[in-house]
Ligand binder design. Structure first.
Ligand code: PLP
Length: 385
């Protein structure tokens, strides 16, 4: 099976890196648990495999698949999204370099830079990436080494024009990193819009079943890929074979899942927007959402994350504790619907900082269940507020 002629996203998701086993014909490539590889004479490596940290065929299969679906030359997979971010940041930054970060990026990204890398001399500035004027002013003031954006962002689904951000950031000499976890490559391909590096928490939509933690980098630049690959090997935050295999299996259905997540997300957002007990709905598929037009241009669907503001914090907490089909839990992107109260859960670590989330906001990760059941659950929970 050659994937050279395959162009369609879903074909690549199913087949890239997934050649059948040449020995047995097993259609699904086996999971390679071996930590070490027999050598045909000293240094005689078959296919370059030597030791499990430096390379593993199951990880290679996942990396090939990741590069294909993001449309990048290189992909590296890691033990978690933050492990991937850590490697990228250390591959790019020197002491004294600065990162310009979106003001609503994943809290753990902020924490990694502010609390782990800052003591090593990395500087951090925060800006609203959806505000082109603010970004221009920040770039004018001082050129950062990295511009880091999440779009749609978490949990307010702010939208940034990736092509425009890449243009102004490149003029300033900065590297543009897009955390594409929320959209997934099924809906948005940042490299094709001018970004330099795509970061993923594959724990979310790529894995898609809330049963494996992982992360990835996808990029075109050969030299940077080599540096990051060296850190993957030298620092060792690799994905294990079973984790890599589970992620690969999830990715095969990413296209169809994102389609259903988007349909359900839109239906939930429409329902909430019309509900008298809901103060505000955040969803890029709503015409009322700031950035809706940019999202419609750079995404091929609006995804499954919907946030809503209730009247106040007490109402938000009551609502959050009243659903039954939406499980109250952190994380997102699985086939099952989840509900998160950011202020006290996912975003507790950024409370009181410039990344704090309004305390009346609740975030929904809308799953692929039957839409009538999802709406009925929300409907009964909204009666309690
Ligand atoms: C979860 C998440 C991360 C961190 O990934 P882990 O796999 O939990 O380490 C980074 N970015 C976004 C947008 C996320 O949702």
């Amino acid at each position: 099976m050659t994937t050279e002629n395959l162009r369609g996203f879903d074909s690549l998701a199913v087949h890239a890196g997934q050649d059948f086993d040449p020995t047995t014909g097993a259609v699904i490539p086996p999971v390679h648990f071996s930590t070490t590889y027999a050598q045909d004479g000293i240094g005689g490596l078959r296919e370059g495999y030597e030791y499990g940290r430096s390379g593993n065929p199951t990880r290679t299969a996942l990396q090939t698949q990741l590069a294909a679906i993001e449309g990048g030359r290189h992909a590296l997979s890691f033990a978690s999204g933050l492990a991937a971010e850590d490697v990228l940041l250390r591959a790019v930054l020197q002491p004294g370099d600065e990162v310009l970060l979106g003001n609503d990026v994943y809290g753990g990204t902020y924490r990694l830079i502010a609390r782990v890398l800052a003591p090593w001399g990395v500087k951090l500035r925060v800006v609203d990436m959806s505000d082109a004027g603010a970004v221009a002013a920040a770039l004018d003031e001082r050129a950062p080494r990295i511009v880091w954006v999440e779009t749609p962002s978490n949990p307010l689904l702010r939208i940034t024009d990736i092509a425009e951000l890449a243009r102004v950031s490149h003029e300033a000499g900065a590297l543009v990193v897009v955390d594409n976890t929320f959209a997934s490559p099924a809906l948005q391909r940042p490299l094709s819009l001018g970004a330099d590096v795509v970061v993923h928490s594959t724990t979310k939509y790529l894995g898609g079943h809330s049963d494996v933690v992982g992360g990835a980098l996808v990029l075109d630049d050969d030299a940077l890929a080599e540096k990051a690959g060296f850190l993957q090997f030298a620092a060792g935050a690799i994905s294990g074979p079973l984790d890599a295999w589970l992620t690969t299996r999830g990715i095969k259905t990413l296209g169809v899942r994102m389609q259903r997540h988007s349909e359900n997300g839109q239906a939930v957002a429409d329902y909430l927007e019309a509900h008298p007990n809901v103060a505000r709905v955040y969803y890029p598929g709503l015409a009322s959402h700031p950035g809706h037009e940019i999202a419609a241009r750079q995404m091929s669907g609006f995804g499954g994350i919907v946030s809503l503001a209730l009247e106040n914090a007490a109402a938000a907490r009551r609502f959050a504790e009243s659903t039954t089909l939406f499980t109250l839990a952190e994380s997102l992107g699985g086939v099952e619907s989840l509900l998160n109260y950011p202020d006290a859960m996912t975003h507790a670590s950024v409370r009181g900082t410039e990344l704090a989330v309004p305390e009346e906001v609740v975030r929904l990760s809308v799953g692929i269940e039957s839409i009538d059941d999802l709406i009925a659950d929300l409907d009964s929970a909204l009666r309690t507020v």
